[in-house]
Write a protein that binds this ligand. Structure first.
Ligand SMILES: Cc1cc2nc3c(=O)[nH]c(=O)nc-3n(C[C@H](O)[C@H](O)[C@H](O)COP(=O)(O)O)c2cc1C
Length: 421
């Protein structure tokens, strides 16, 4: 019986353990988590979602405060088109985040950054360009293009000296999306170094509609694998979404994938950026506690724990401080929903907004608990403490469980000894 460790992911001159820890914004796939993946010989991701806010919290910069002060005059206005990001600050924040991560890297693995196109930041092209170029400047090993078709993204870094050396990949959920990407980028004469195929059971935003349950990751991987063989394109495929055990992972490698991308099992590790009390919510969740809904203003369905405090919350839009989801015209679907509710409930101090959420504020505050479909199985991956809480895991433990387990087994950690008085 094969183990994941019997395979290697070849990427250029690198031979890697075929385990990728997926990007999880905002700072859920933290520097510490990504570093562990790299130290153990796999690939870790940081994320550049809300990077100014992230560096303010981690490294005491003041970018958010400065932006809030600059646009304070606009807080009561419905029109957010003025609220632009300072591109210099955005570049500095991205470089800081990447440099601080790469400076601590050990081992033979790699660290990539997850770059979501849907973070349109009231200036989609220029802000994405700054984020990607700054990450390359700061020495990131690779960029994973996420949450969008990215038809023009590679062109934004084509002049960067590291364009042909850094690893560049894209996340797709269908053959069609991959074909569009390849066609659009063919004139750059540079294939992606890897393609992540994310199926319907993943966490975060989904590349499917609300009919996600009708899709099957194995089918999509097989279809894309066949297509690449026919076209004689040698691009490693990385399967993602609902891969819970080492045996699940082996199944995908035997289907033609070169690695797996996993995330949910790492949400309950000590290195993960979620606060510890929220990690307990992930452990506790049952299958009935998880839903896919349409409250994200991005327009993509998103999976989350139903008890997330951000669901239904009617906070005033915080675009002057954040504004990461403002589109090219300074609009966000949450602003429209919020204003509708305010108009319908005159005089009320706090309204409730059911159809959309202020994703910036709530992801920043860890109040939207996005998760993979198999989150309900996390409770079976650890021990229960005497006080009823679940024992947190180390990223190394989970990584090695994927790497070495067989027979659909999940290895439990060493129980933590009770501290005697
Ligand atoms: C908490 C959480 C946050 C996520 N955030 C992002 C994100 O910001 N960008 C992205 O491309 N994928 C995101 N994902 C998807 C993961 O990177 C990964 O592809 C997927 O969840 C793998 O499936 P699994 O969670 O079942 O292992 C997120 C997943 C989780 C669980």
């Amino acid at each position: 019986m094969k183990r994941l460790d019997d395979f290697r992911l070849k990427m250029g001159r690198h031979e890697l353990v075929p385990i990728v820890i997926g990007g999880m914004g905002v700072d859920i796939s933290s520097t510490d988590l990504a570093l562990e993946a790299a130290r153990l010989g796999g690939i870790g991701h940081i994320s550049d979602a809300m990077v100014n806010t992230l560096t303010d919290r981690r490294y005491k910069t003041k970018y958010t405060k400065a932006k809030q002060a600059q646009f304070q005059y606009n807080v009561a206005s419905e029109d957010k088109s003025d609220v632009k990001f300072n591109l210099e600050h955005l570049a500095e924040a991205t470089r800081l985040h990447v440099e601080k991560t790469m400076a601590r890297k050990q081992g033979n693995g790699l660290i990539f950054i997850n770059c979501m196109e849907k973070l349109t930041m009231n200036g989609p092209k220029e802000t994405l360009s700054v984020r990607m170029n700054a990450a390359l400047d700061a020495g990131i090993d690779g960029i994973t293009l996420a949450a969008g078709l990215h038809l023009g993204s590679l062109a934004l870094i084509a002049e960067h000296p590291r364009f042909r050396e850094a690893k560049l990949g894209i996340i797709v959920s269908s053959l069609r999306a991959l074909q569009l990407f390849l066609k659009k980028n063919s004139r750059l004469n540079r294939l992606p170094d890897y393609v992540v195929i994310e199926g319907p059971l993943a966490g975060g935003h989904l590349g499917f509609g609300m009919d996600w349950a009708e899709y099957d990751l194995e089918k999509i991987v097989t279809e894309i694998h066949q297509y690449l063989l026919t076209e004689k394109l040698d691009i490693p495929l990385i399967a993602a979404g609902g891969i819970f055990t080492g045996s699940d992972a082996v199944r995908f490698l035997e289907l033609g994938a070169s690695a797996v991308q996993v995330a949910t099992r790492f949400t309950v590790t000590r290195e993960c950026g979620l606060p510890d009390d929220i990690k307990q919510e992930y452990f506790k969740a049952s299958e009935a506690d998880i839903e896919v809904n349409e409250i994200s203003p991005t327009g993509y369905p998103m999976r989350m724990i139903k008890a997330s405090p951000g669901i239904g919350d009617g906070i005033r839009p915080n675009c002057e401080a954040y504004g990461y989801l403002l589109d090219a015209n300074g609009k966000c679907a949450y602003i429209t929903s919020y204003n509708r509710e305010v108009a319908a409930h005159p005089g009320e101090r706090r309204v409730s907004v059911g159809d959309k959420t202020c994703l910036c504020t709530h992801m920043r505050n860890f109040d939207i608990w996005t998760c993979g479909q198999l989150t309900w199985r996390l409770k079976d991956t650890t021990h229960r403490n005497p006080d009823g809480s679940y024992q947190l895991l180390s990223a190394e433990h989970v990584f090695k469980d994927y790497q070495f387990s067989t027979d659909n087994q999940v290895k439990l950690p060493e129980p933590e000894l009770a501290v005697s008085a």
